[in-house]
Design a protein around this ligand. Structure first.
Ligand SMILES: *Cc1c(COP(=O)(O)O)cnc(C)c1O
Length: 424
């Protein structure tokens, strides 16, 4: 059997209908914004390998730091024990985030970062002796694939098989740039009508998986102000937006209000290792800090605070400084901006949305949504041009590693324009 056949025989892939899917492409090497398959063919990774890769593939500095850590200390139980890299990473994360956060809780991926945040919010109220158990979320939210994170996510194709098992939440309309007043009214109605709201969870500025839906910082600030006035815990899920995606290091830097909890993952290790952090303000931590044992946070994973993940995350933060990554990000932002105005009048496209390094184009299509037909056509077209783009239904988006060159960006833009000529 060759590699493709063995893969087909022995591996079950995520988000894949294995019966109808093409063979998986075997990637053997990565460098910068490129991936190389077993035949030596080169692809531009224009979706940053599921939004994780920020500094480029196989970045030598991060690889080196992981290697050093692996030879020194690869893993240690994180209850009763700690290690220097985890401590240094917490210090650096808190230094890098806007002022107001004070405790870092480590886990393994975006979904667990959200689970931890939900459990913190729930137990916070319990420890305080208040009966508050419901969470407000946006109707199109995506916060992960575990049961808690699915519960606070949109009810749709992703969650359909499990709907009965998800806990009850309060959905409000997803904001865009037109319905702001309506969303705020809905929010106020919910809060007036009940006293059991524990928390509000949101993807700041960009709802990723539901199709790069965007809304304004002003609106989010207004919602956060209402939460502050009503003692509702605010949870910013920056799993996708964190580490530069929106043009600033964190999306919450676009806000005046600082949320109470922030969830980070995906880009946190530069795209090297599964790792996450849930970071809170002091008052959350204080509600668990007690003489009674039952008030402790009942959560942890085997690999909580894994030294390799910590080393990668620390190295990734250093790369931001060393390579002046924010300048590269600014270059992408202005290129995207120019292309966005060029493509916005294209007849194949219904709406162009742009936030920082994310550029999304919603195509006209009959069957909309994640399972839309045009999705497969777009995917195959760009793969045939050696560009990895993974449309969300009829929404094509570019979300590149920050090391991508200006000429590769132009090539992607040109290929998108060619595609629209082909389908019109
Ligand atoms: C991807 C994502 C998650 C889930 O992260 P995983 O690492 O895939 O579990 C949660 N929230 C947001 C906003 C995401 O984009």
């Amino acid at each position: 059997m060759n590699l493709r056949q063995k893969d087909k025989a022995f591996i079950w892939h995520p988000y894949t209908q294995e019966k109808t899917a093409c063979d998986n492409i075997v990637m053997v090497r990565g460098q910068g914004a490129y991936l190389y398959d077993e035949a030596g063919h080169r692809y531009i990774d224009a979706c940053a390998s599921w939004w994780t890769n920020i500094h480029g593939h196989a970045h030598p500095y991060i690889a080196e730091k992981i290697g050093e850590q692996a030879r020194q200390l690869e893993q240690v139980i994180f209850a009763g024990f700690t290690h220097p890299t985890a401590i240094e990473l917490a210090v650096q994360l808190l230094k890098t985030l806007p002022i107001g956060f004070s405790k870092v809780f480590y886990s393994d991926n975006g979904s667990t970062a959200v689970e931890v945040a939900i459990k913190m919010a729930m137990q916070y109220w319990r420890n305080k002796g208040e009966e508050r158990t419901r969470i407000i979320c946006f109707r199109d939210a995506y916060h992960g694939d575990t049961f808690g994170s699915m519960s606070v996510s949109a009810r749709g194709v992703f969650t359909e098989p499990y709907t009965r098992l998800l806990f009850d939440v309060v959905f409000i309309d997803t904001p865009d740039f037109e319905n702001g007043k309506q969303v705020i009214e809905q929010f106020q109605v919910v809060i007036k009508g009940t006293s059991d709201i524990a928390a509000f969870i949101f993807e700041p500025l960009v709802l990723g998986s539901s199709g790069m839906k965007m809304y304004s910082a002003e609106l989010l600030d207004q919602l956060l102000t209402i939460c502050a006035e009503n003692n509702i815990i605010t949870i910013a899920d920056e799993v996708m937006t964190g580490f530069g995606r929106t043009g600033k290091l964190f999306a919450i830097e676009h806000l005046n209000q600082i949320p109470d909890i922030i969830c980070l993952s995906k880009g946190i290790t530069g795209g090297f290792l599964p790792f996450a952090a849930t970071i809170t303000k002091q008052f959350i931590y204080d509600a668990f800090y007690a003489d009674e044992k039952f008030k402790m946070l009942f959560h942890g994973h085997s690999y909580t605070g894994n030294p390799l993940g910590c080393a990668a995350a620390l190295a990734s933060l250093e790369v931001f400084e060393k390579e002046n990554t924010l300048k590269k990000i600014a270059m992408i932002v202005s290129s995207h901006q120019a292309f966005a105005s060029r493509i916005s009048t294209n007849k194949a496209i219904r709406q162009v949305r742009h936030c920082g390094t994310i550029l999304a184009m919603e195509f006209h299509s009959d069957a909309q949504g994640y399972l839309s037909d045009i999705r497969d056509r777009m995917y195959s077209y760009f793969m045939s041009k050696s560009i990895m783009l993974r449309p969300l239904g009829n929404v094509l988006y570019i979300l590149p590693p920050y090391c991508i060159s200006e000429s590769d960006l132009q090539l992607i833009y040109q290929t998108i324009e060619d595609f629209t000529v082909d389908i019109l």
